[in-house]
Design a protein around this ligand. Structure first.
Ligand code: NAD
Length: 378
C-alpha cells in the first residue's frame, strides 16, 4: 500500500498531514509512504527528516496523486487534484462536508473513497482520531495569544512602586474544546475570565478552570448525543444577547467560539454590543470561517468598529503549524493504523465499522454517508 502525502494545495495552509515520526511508524507497519518534496517546510519538518523516517521523497506532485492507494492531507482536495486520483483511491482529509457539495460531488463521480476527518464520532474509543478537538484546542490557545498581542494592555495584575495595574477582563463565549483552552490560557496569563455556554453542563468545567460562569437562564437547551449544541430559538437568542451585552461592555477581550455542528455559526455579538464596548478592546471571532459569531468580522482581516478591533483568523491552528501538524498527524496515524490490515498491508474498508460508517462520505461512485444524505447532498 502506497500512502501519498502531498503538499497542501489550499493557499496559506501551513500544516502537513503526517509528520516524520508517524511516517516511520507506518513504514514499520509495512506501508510505503511517499511525501512531496518541501511538503513539511512550512511546519518545519525537512525533507531530510522524512527520508530519515523511511519516506520516499518525490517532486512530481501529479504522480504522487495518481500513483498512491491512500492520500492523506489536511484540507479538502482542489478540483484539479481530484481529477488526478485513480478510481478507488482512499482519500483522508478534512472535507468541510456540509458546506462543500461540489467537492463531494466530484469525489463521488471520480469513484474516490473519501473520508471526512470532521466526522470522527465523539466516542471514547475514537478520541485519539478526533481532529476537530486536537485542532480546536490549539486554536483556543492561539486566540488568546493573538488578542493579548493586539490589546494595548497587559493581562495580569501588576503591583509595582509605580502603581497597581488591574488584570484585564476576558469573556469567552462558547466553552467547548476551543473555549476551555482559551479560558485556561487567559487564566495562565493572569486575566480575569468570564465565560458562557448554552450547554448548562459547561458551567462546571468553566468554574473548574478558575473562571466565572456567566449565568443566563435560557430555559431548555439541547445537545446531540455527541455533545454538540443544538440551535436555540429566536427568543432564547434575544435573551442571551441582552445578558451578554452587559459582560461584553466590561471586557477587554471577547473570544467567541460558538459552533453548531453542520450549520452556520450562530450570530452572538451584534453591532449594538460592539459599540457599547470600550474603545481599545479586542474581539476574536473563532467562528469566522463558518459564518462568524460577530457582526462585521471578516476572514483574515482586522476590522475596527468604534475603536474595537475584531479579529477573524480563518486558520488559527495554522499559526502553530508545527504542533498542529503533530496533533493532526497523530489523529491520522491512529485512523490509518486502525484499518491497516497486517497481512495484506492494505487499508481494510470495513463498511460495517462504526468509525468507517461515520466518516466515509463517498464510495464506489456515490455519496454513502447518512448524515450528509440527510442534509440534502448526494
Ligand atoms: P463546537 O466546536 O461544536 O462548539 C463550541 C461551543 O459553542 C460548544 O460548547 C457549544 O455548546 C457552544 N455554543 C453553540 N451555540 C452557542 C450559543 N448560542 N451560545 C454560546 N455557546 C454556544 O463544540 P466542541 O468544542 O467541539 O465540543 C462540544 C462538546 O463536546 C464539549 O462538551 C466537549 O467536551 C465534547 N467533546 C467530547 C468528545 C468525546 O467524547 N470524544 C470529544 C470532543 C468534544
Amino acid at each position: 500500500m502506497r500512502i501519498g502525502v502531498p503538499k497542501e494545495s489550499t493557499d496559506g495552509e501551513n500544516r502537513i498531514s503526517l509528520i516524520p515520526d508517524d511516517v516511520a511508524k507506518l513504514v514499520r507497519m509495512g506501508a510505503e509512504v511517499a511525501v512531496e518534496t518541501k511538503a513539511g517546510a512550512s511546519s518545519w519538518f525537512s525533507d531530510e527528516d522524512y527520508s530519515d523516517a523511511g519516506a520516499v521523497l518525490t517532486a512530481d506532485a501529479n504522480e504522487l496523486l495518481s500513483g498512491s492507494d491512500v492520500i492523506v492531507r489536511v484540507r479538502k482536495p482542489l478540483p484539479g487534484d481530484i481529477g488526478l486520483l485513480k478510481k478507488g483511491t482512499i482519500h483522508i482529509s478534512l472535507l468541510d462536508p456540509f458546506l462543500s457539495p461540489e467537492t463531494i460531488k466530484q469525489l463521488a463521480e471520480a469513484e474516490i473513497s473519501a473520508f471526512s476527518m470532521e466526522m470522527i464520532p465523539r466516542t471514547t474509543y475514537a478520541q485519539k482520531m478526533d481532529v476537530l478537538s486536537s485542532q480546536a484546542n490549539l486554536a483556543g490557545y492561539v486566540s488568546v495569544i493573538l488578542a493579548a498581542a493586539k490589546l494595548k494592555k497587559i493581562l495580569p495584575m501588576m503591583m509595582t512602586p509605580a502603581g497597581t495595574i488591574k488584570p484585564s477582563r476576558v469573556f469567552v463565549l462558547g466553552a467547548g474544546v476551543a473555549g476551555l483552552q482559551a479560558i485556561a490560557t487567559a487564566k495562565r496569563l493572569g486575566a480575569r475570565v468570564d465565560a458562557f455556554d448554552i450547554r448548562p453542563e459547561a458551567a462546571e468545567q468553566i468554574e473548574s478552570l478558575g473562571a466565572k460562569a456567566v449565568k443566563i437562564d435560557l430555559g431548555e437547551t439541547e445537545s446531540t448525543k455527541d455533545g454538540y449544541a443544538k440551535e436555540i430559538t429566536e427568543e432564547q437568542k434575544q435573551k442571551q444577547k441582552e445578558e451578554m451585552a452587559k459582560v461584553c461592555a466590561k471586557a477587554d477581550i471577547v473570544i467567541t467560539t460558538a459552533q453548531v455542528f453542520g450549520r452556520k455559526a450562530p450570530r452572538l455579538v451584534d453591532n449594538a454590543m460592539i459599540v457599547a464596548m470600550r474603545p481599545g478592546s479586542v474581539i476574536v471571532d473563532m467562528a469566522v470561517a463558518t459564518g462568524g459569531n460577530v457582526e462585521g468580522s471578516r476572514p483574515d482581516e482586522d476590522v475596527v468598529n468604534n475603536g474595537v478591533t475584531i479579529m477573524g483568523l480563518s486558520n488559527m491552528p495554522g499559526c502553530v503549524a508545527t504542533n498542529a501538524s503533530q496533533m493532526y498527524s497523530a489523529n491520522v496515524f491512529n485512523f490509518v493504523s486502525e484499518f491497516l490490515d497486517e497481512e495484506t498491508k492494505s487499508f481494510k474498508l470495513d463498511l460495517e465499522n462504526e468509525i468507517i460508517k461515520a466518516t466515509l462520505i463517498t464510495h464506489e461512485g456515490a455519496v454513502v454517508n447518512e448524515r450528509i444524505l440527510k442534509s440534502g447532498q448526494g
